[in-house]
Design a protein around this ligand. Structure first.
Ligand code: SF4
Length: 334
């Protein structure tokens, strides 16, 4: 981390700036400010960068590029939104093709105000970003060393902001894979997720759908259950599911990209399956190109039973696992 701290590598992308902020970013490199003498390197390769500097509001065309660059930066990474346009969309916010600031697409760590942002403010933002990067490094190292102490708990409504932040990071790779950010996990708002903690599994016109989660007569097994994987007090994975008509529907298996391939997703799946011992089958879905998800689910005994187009680029693959005893499965007992 010392090397990164003394010489952070930055990649700069102009999302749809008027170029005012870009000129100020370049001014940081000119002899007056000359940040390179302090070790700051402006790289063109996202795989070499630690800090992602974005100027301008985000439009339809730049969304995919921002995701692509963000996805290629190694973890941990820090995003700096430079100028009011990058922070919120600025004066372009109401334009038909603008989705808002950079945080409408990827998580932002540091906001640099100004129109245009002054070079001094940009340098200050980079210094703050180094602090954030250092903190992330420390935190991730500590978590990586303690993965064997991961705790799997039920999550509650107070976990919603952390779960949503994790979800938005975890699903970036899927959006990048499909070149499509319309995935429900990326579109979900905090309000919607908080409501999920109180919402009953939906089935129009039924007593189940009409009751609220606060209703004490509603059995625990009828609620949407959220599980979280926690290390050192930080949520690094989550999954949710609910049971209805003998089937447990499982969804949104999120694991932070930095902690993937360490068995966290597998444990979450195991844990949530144990929450629903009364069901006959489990059902889940994933995108048709999500080969690793499909492979992992197949390994856990899930089989594809239908596919359904969701967007021109995404087709949902529905998978199920029979939970009934072997003799009941072969005899076709329901
Ligand atoms: S913040 Fe101002 S200078 Fe920067 S891109 Fe937006 S309009 Fe241009």
């Amino acid at each position: 981390m010392n090397g990164i701290k003394q010489s952070p590598w930055i990649i700069h992308y102009d999302a749809s700036s008027c170029n005012g902020c870009d000129i100020e970013v370049l001014a940081c490199l000119t002899p007056i400010f000359d940040v390179e003498r302090l070790g700051v390197v402006n790289t063109g390769n996202p795989k070499h960068a630690d800090i992602f500097l974005v100027t301008g509001a985000v439009n339809e065309q730049s969304q995919a590029v921002i995701r692509n660059i963000y996805h290629q930066l190694p973890e941990p990474k820090v995003v700096v939104a430079v100028g009011i346009c990058a922070a919120s969309g600025g004066i372009f916010r109401e334009c038909y093709n603008i989705s808002g600031g950079v945080d409408s697409v990827i998580p932002v760590d540091v906001y640099v105000p100004g129109c245009a942002a002054r070079p001094e403010a940009i340098i200050d933002g980079v210094v703050k970003a180094i602090g954030v990067l250092e903190e992330k490094h420390r935190e991730m190292k500590a978590i990586a060393n303690s993965l064997d102490k991961t705790l799997f708990h039920r999550a509650d409504k107070s976990d919603a902001p952390e779960i949503l932040a994790l979800q938005k990071i975890a699903y970036q790779s899927e959006a990048e894979l499909y070149g499509d950010d319309s995935l429900p996990a990326l579109q979900q708002t905090l309000e919607d997720l908080e409501n999920d903690f109180e919402r009953m599994p939906q089935r129009e016109g039924t007593v189940l759908g009409a009751r609220g989660a606060q209703d004490s007569s509603v059995a625990d097994s009828d609620r949407i259950i959220f599980l979280k994987a926690v290390v050192n007090g930080k949520i690094i994975g989550s999954i949710r599911g609910y049971a209805m008509d003998g089937t447990a529907y499982l969804s949104r298996l999120n694991v932070h990209p930095y902690f993937r391939r360490r068995g966290i997703g597998r444990r979450l799946l195991d844990e949530i399956e144990q929450v629903f011992p009364q069901v006959n089958r489990f059902e889940t879905k994933t995108g048709h190109q999500s080969k690793r998800n499909l492979y992992q689910l197949a390994k856990r005994g899930y089989e594809t039973f239908k596919t359904e187009p969701y967007t021109p680029t995404i087709t949902w693959v529905y998978l199920q696992k029979d939970q009934r005893p072997a003799h009941a499965q072969t005899k076709g007992v329901k």
